[in-house]
Ligand binder design. Sequence first.
Ligand code: ZN
Length: 155
Amino acid sequence: MRKGTGQSPTGRGALSAACLLGALWTSPNTLAGLLAGLAGMPMGARPRWSGRDFAWVFHHWPWGPGGAVTLGMVILHTGATLDVPCHTYEHRAGRCRHPRISLRDHERAHVFQYLVLGPLFLPVYLLCGGVSVRNPLERAADRYALRGRGWWPGR
Ligand SMILES: [Zn+2]
C-alpha cells in the first residue's frame, strides 16, 4: 500500500483494467454517440473530452427537447454546460421532495452504468421503463447525483 493514497497500486491497476474492459464492452454505444455528436457539429455541436465524466461531451447538440442523453462514453447535451441544476425523477413525479441535482452528475452515473451493461444497456433501459421514474437506472443516477455514490440500481 502506498502511503497516503488509501488504495494499493494493485487496486488502482484492477480498477483501470475494469474501466478499459468496460470501455471496450460499451464501444458500440460510444460509436453511436460519437456519430450522433459528429452529425450535430455542422449545426453547432462542440465536443470536449471530460476526464471527470469519463466521456466525450458534445455541447450545443442541436436535437431533442433540451437536456442531455448519454450513449456509452458520450454525453450529448443541448446547452453550453452540464453544470446545471435539475430535478430528480422522483421529485418531478411528486413522490418526494429532493434538492436539485447536477445534470453532469446524473449523466456521469449513466456512463458508469454503460461500462457495466455495454451493448445490453439500451435494451435493459427500455425494458426497465425508459425515460421514467419507474426506471431503476434513472433513480440510481439520481441517487448518485444526490449522494455521490450508488450509481448502480438496488443499493
Ligand atoms: Zn438519466
